[in-house]
Structures are given as structure tokens and as C-alpha cells.
Design a protein around this ligand. Structure first.
Ligand code: HAM
Length: 434
């Protein structure tokens, strides 16, 4: 946003503060504590399932997403942050994690090692969408990918993992939606049936859906417009058109979910917004979110590795929106309190300050949480500060204490004060478990 310069006298020009770009957000320390809670819970779940972390670059060659996600998707067609770098290469800020993970798997020959390859990731993704509650231009995903197995148990686990994560962080108000969108053997016939069914209604569809009719008909099922919904109400269902292999796979995925006792709803119109999916697709949605109700989603992508230049290799994965999970978490759980401070070292006078700064450094190295004043506050104000920080102890070093090689210690709970040697205070803090 451009702000006109404002002269404020003496030749100084106030240029205005620069705000964060639309659709991005700062995560401040109080919010960061919630993020840590979610990140730690996610790592624990992935660890239990045997997934290792992968960190891929924030930007990739544009072609990776064009080929991987599909040119006819909204993500690639309308939402990518694409730019030419100074070496004239077209690069794109990653709009999702799966394509980059598959690229890395191939680049590092992980596909030739022990299968399946099980990887998880967390980090920022970028989509040029209209920002609203739960939808940003820079957002974060936590996700996992399992490559090299066709086993329907892997699909079921990929649905169970995010469900477990949500429950761990106190989010229980969500529903699991599942569908199967078939494979290259059975889907083309369905797409033709869908087109034929809608041929005489094509002109009544919205402009986007008319385009979808030509370029990506499955996405017709996904239009949120009431008029399009009505026009497509009676279309044939994907699940009724599956080949035997896809139907049996889907039936087995459902059986595992039943065994897990994980409730789900069949969602025959669920098709997802990325082109790489085959067979199982799913979403976890919550009525605690507004219009953007998907906490996460994913599915099987048995053709993606080959599309990206690798061998034929199946895969299945999910990703969840971290901001969206945090929005719902905030409804049910208070934010974690900051950790209490073990000691505040209050000081007075130059000699007192020198000792305080040295002690604070040494005690922090030993793992204690120590605060110190840098604002030249009075001792009284430093006490108040200690109280605000919830410090258990205040160690006071004035000129007198400094000259006698002692410190005064106040127990903030009892108000009791006594003189000790700094080393003794340190030992007692360490014994209390820091
Ligand atoms: P996706 O459905 O596009 O799937 O995104 C997954 C989740 O990311 C969504 O359910 C939502 O919670 C969150 N999300 C997406 N866009 C935004 C946004 N603009 N602002 C905030 N949150 C957002 C994928 O990205 C696939 N890569 C998932 C996957 C992994 N499939 C197989 N493996």
C-alpha cells in the first residue's frame, strides 16, 4: 500500500508505516505458543506413525506445479505467485506441499530405497485468493505423504492421522467426508456421462462452470452456487461408475475406517481442487469454521510420481490448514500461559548492574529463565516488573550488596527477604528444577 509522504517539520518527512501485505499475518509471541502446541502434537502423531520430516524449498520451478497440480485447476490457473528471477527462470511460491515432496523423493532417489516412503511437513504455502476468515494468501499447512503403496490401509491411516491430530489439540467438532473419484480406467467414462447429462443445461451454468464443462468437468460437482447446484442435482454419481478395482479399494478403505471406529460421511460430490487425485479423496470439515469449512483434505494420487518424471508409483497424503485448526482450537482451549520466570535480577547502580548482567548470562546458560531490567527502572519498578512476569524470586543487587559480594533474595510468594551468596541462590534454583 502506498502512503503519501507527509512533511512533519525540520525537513523530516514521515513516510507512514508499512503494513504486512494483504492476506498475510504476523504471528506474535502469544499466538506462537498455540502454534507450538499444534506443531508438537503433530510431530508426536507423525512420530507414532513412523513419518520423517522433510523440508522442501518455499519456491520451485513453475513447471512442477503446472505438471503436478494441473493447468486446469484454480490453484494453477488463478492463484499462483509466479515470478521471473534475475536469471530469467520462472519460479513459483509453493501453493501446496505434495508436488515439492514428490520432486524431492525423486531427486534424492528415495523411490529406490525402502518402501513406502513416509514423509511429513509443516510450513507456509501461498495462494492468491480473496482473503477472508480462514483464507489467507500466505497460510500454513501440516501434511504427510506416503509413497509406494496401494494398500487401502494406507488411505485409512491417512484419514485417521489428521483426525487424531485434531482430537489431540482439543478439536472434536469435525466431520470426515470421503469419496472415490476413480482412476484413469473408469473416470473418463464417467466424465463423458456427466457431460452428456449436462449438455442441454450448459448455457444455464455459471461462467466458471461453463469453462469447467470444457476443461475439467469433475469440478462442476464442486460449484458452491445455488443455481449450479440445482442444475447438477441429479447427475450420475461417481461412486456408481467405479471400475471393480476402485470399488473394491474404496470398500476396503471404508472397512478400515469402520474398524477404527472413525465415523465418516460419504460425499458423492467431493472431488477436491487439485488434479492429481485418483481413487480415495477426503476432507475433514468443521461447522466451527465459516464458508471455508475444510480443516484439511487429501487423497490418493497414483499417477503423480509418473507425471513428475518418476516410475509408476502410487501415493496417498493429506494436508491440513494450521490457521484453520488454530481458529477452532481457540474456541475450545485457552491459550497456553507463558512459562513462569525463575528469577528476576533487579539491580541498582553501575556495579550492581555489571554483576546482574553476568549472573543472568550464567544462569540462563544453565537453563534457567532469567529476566533483567534494561530500562534503568527504579528498584520499586523492577519489583513490579518481576510481579508482572510471575517471577518466583527476585535477586536484588544494589551498590551495598555489590560491594559486600552478596545478593538480597525476595521470595515473591511469601514476601520474605534474606541475604545470600549468588552461588547459593543459583544452587537452590537449580534444585527446584529450574
Ligand atoms: P488443499 O485442500 O488444497 O490440499 O489444502 C489443504 C488444506 O489447506 C485445506 O483443507 C485448508 O485447511 C488449507 N488451506 C488451503 N488454502 C488455504 C488458504 N488460502 N488459507 C488458509 N488455509 C488454506 C492440498 O494442498 C493437498 N496438497 C493435500 C494433499 C496432500 N493431498 C495429498 N497429499
Amino acid at each position: 500500500m502506498w502512503v503519501p509522504p507527509v512533511p512533519i517539520g525540520n525537513g523530516v518527512v514521515f513516510l507512514g508505516i508499512i503494513t504486512a501485505p494483504r492476506g498475510t499475518a504476523d504471528i506474535l509471541p502469544a499466538d506462537a505458543r498455540r502454534w507450538h502446541e499444534l506443531e508438537e502434537a503433530a510431530r508426536a502423531v507423525f512420530d507414532a506413525y513412523g513419518y520423517g520430516e522433510i523440508r522442501t524449498p518455499i519456491f520451485e520451478h513453475t513447471e512442477l506445479f503446472q505438471r503436478g497440480i494441473g493447468e486446469a485447476t484454480d490453484v494453477v490457473d488463478k492463484e499462483m505467485y509466479t515470478f521471473m528471477d534475475r536469471g530469467d527462470r520462472s519460479l513459483t511460491l509453493r501453493p501446496e506441499g505434495t508436488a515439492g515432496v514428490v520432486r524431492a523423493v525423486l531427486e534424492h532417489n528415495m523411490d529406490k530405497g525402502a518402501l513406502p516412503v513416509k514423509l511429513y511437513y509443516m510450513g507456509p504455502m501461498f495462494r492468491y485468493e480473496r482473503p477472508q476468515a480462514g483464507r489467507a494468501r500466505q497460510f500454513h499447512q501440516v501434511g504427510a505423504e506416503c509413497l509406494g503403496t496401494m494398500d487401502p490401509a494406507a488411505d485409512a491411516e491417512m484419514i485417521r492421522m489428521p483426525a487424531t491430530l485434531l482430537k489431540r489439540v482439543g478439536v472434536t467438532n469435525f466431520e470426515v467426508l470421503i469419496n472415490s473419484i476413480g482412476c484413469p480406467r473408469c473416470r473418463p467414462a464417467y466424465v463423458e456421462r456427466l457431460r452428456a447429462h449436462l449438455a442441454d443445461r450448459r448455457e444455464q451454468l455459471c461462467a466458471s462452470c461453463r469453462e469447467r464443462y470444457d476443461r475439467n468437468p469433475l469440478r462442476l460437482l464442486d460449484c458452491k452456487r445455488e443455481s449450479c447446484r440445482r442444475l447438477t442435482e441429479d447427475v450420475p454419481q461417481l461412486v456408481d461408475s467405479l471400475c471393480d478395482g476402485c470399488a473394491s479399494h474404496f470398500q476396503q478403505v471404508r472397512a478400515y475406517l469402520d474398524d477404527f471406529g472413525l465415523p465418516y460421511r460419504l460425499a458423492p460430490r467431493l472431488v477436491r481442487g487439485l488434479d492429481y487425485y485418483t481413487k480415495t479423496v477426503f476432507e475433514l470439515v468443521s461447522s466451527d469454521l465459516g464458508a471455508q469449512d475444510a480443516l484439511g483434505g487429501g487423497g490418493r494420487y497414483d499417477g503423480l510420481v509418473e507425471t513428475l518424471g518418476g516410475p509408476p508409483m502410487p501415493g496417498v497424503g493429506f494436508a491440513a490448514g494450521m490457521e484453520r485448526i488454530l481458529l477452532v482450537m481457540a474456541k475450545y482451549r485457552p491459550a497456553p500461559a507463558p512459562k513462569p520466570v525463575d528469577a528476576m535480577i533487579a539491580h541498582h547502580g553501575a556495579a550492581g548492574r555489571r554483576i546482574a548482567v553476568r549472573l543472568a548470562g550464567e544462569w540462563r546458560d544453565a537453563g534457567l529463565r532469567v529476566e533483567i531490567d534494561y530500562m534503568d527502572r527504579s528498584l520499586r519498578a523492577q519489583m513490579k516488573q518481576a510481579d508482572r512476569l510471575g517471577a518466583r524470586l527476585v535477586v536484588i543487587i544494589g551498590e551495598d550488596e555489590a560491594s559486600r559480594g552478596v545478593v538480597r533474595v525476595r521470595d515473591m510468594a511469601t514476601g520474605e527477604e534474606r541475604e545470600m551468596r549468588a552461588e547459593e541462590v543459583f544452587q537452590s534454583l537449580m534444585q527446584k528444577g529450574g
